[in-house]
Design a protein around this ligand. Structure first.
Ligand code: CA
Length: 231
């Protein structure tokens, strides 16, 4: 057993049971709710470590639920969303959701998202930051400000490095275009993604064996980028 309690908020029985079976068989303790009201009650009475939230609930809008929770709790929220609802995903992330997973999803994807969200929450509450990222041939050492591929230094511009190290710090979690742009170019940067896309193309040319099929930094269409989970 691990000690993690996960609250699954989902009104569709099949999906709820599917998620519950996966999590239970991986030693998570699962609480379930089918409405926003029940979820809010369980959230305050049972203090789960993570919430898996369907945005389309019978009694409340998932976006409003996220806002209501964020007034008093920093519990990680993982949104379960239908494909092609990019606007919903971005809005949920802006309201304070930690990440999302797109239906239909597989077991390993669900578990990876859960692990990443729990890990980031633990890092946040302990104030510690992992300074070394490692995945296959790629190493990002935030202390030495060094990026290496198979042991050779990769030369990145300052902005390219800022983007890579930010994504590495949040490996496994999606970061929206706006979150990355504000981190690199500041809060007053123009809201268009073109300069970010240009930088990302250059980064991929330097890091990826085949930039068209990246294995380190993935595009989340309409939302942002996600770095592969570290090892
Ligand atoms: Ca639903």
């Amino acid at each position: 057993m691990n000690d993690y309690h996960i609250l699954v908020v989902e009104d569709e029985r099949n999906i709820r049971n599917f998620i519950k079976t996966i999590l239970t068989s991986n030693n998570y303790t699962v609480l379930t709710a089918t409405t926003g009201e029940d979820a809010m009650t369980l959230l305050s009475s049972r203090c789960p470590d993570l919430v898996l939230l369907d945005l389309g609930l019978p009694d409340t809008d998932g976006q409003m639920f996220i806002q209501a929770v964020r007034r008093w709790s920093q519990v990680p929220i993982l949104v379960v969303s239908a494909r092609s609802h990019e606007r919903d995903k971005v809005m949920a992330l802006d309201f304070g959701a930690d990440d999302y997973i797109t239906k239909p999803f597989g077991t390993s994807e669900l578990l990876a998202r859960v692990r990443a969200a729990l890990r980031h929450a633990a890092q946040r509450s302990s104030g510690q930051q992992i300074s070394l990222y490692h995945c296959r041939d790629l190493t990002v050492d935030a202390e030495k400000r060094r990026v290496q591929l198979s042991g050779s230094d990769i030369h990145l511009t300052q902005n390219e490095y800022k983007i890579v190290s930010l994504l590495a710090r949040y490996a496994g979690k999606v970061l929206t275009y706006d979150q990355i742009i504000q981190h690199v170019w500041g809060p007053n940067a123009a809201g268009d993604n073109r300069i970010l896309r240009v930088n990302m193309a250059n980064i991929r040319r330097k890091l990826e064996a085949n930039p068209a099929e990246p294995q380190y930094i993935f595009t989340e269409i309409g939302v942002g980028y996600r770095m592969a989970e570290g090892e």
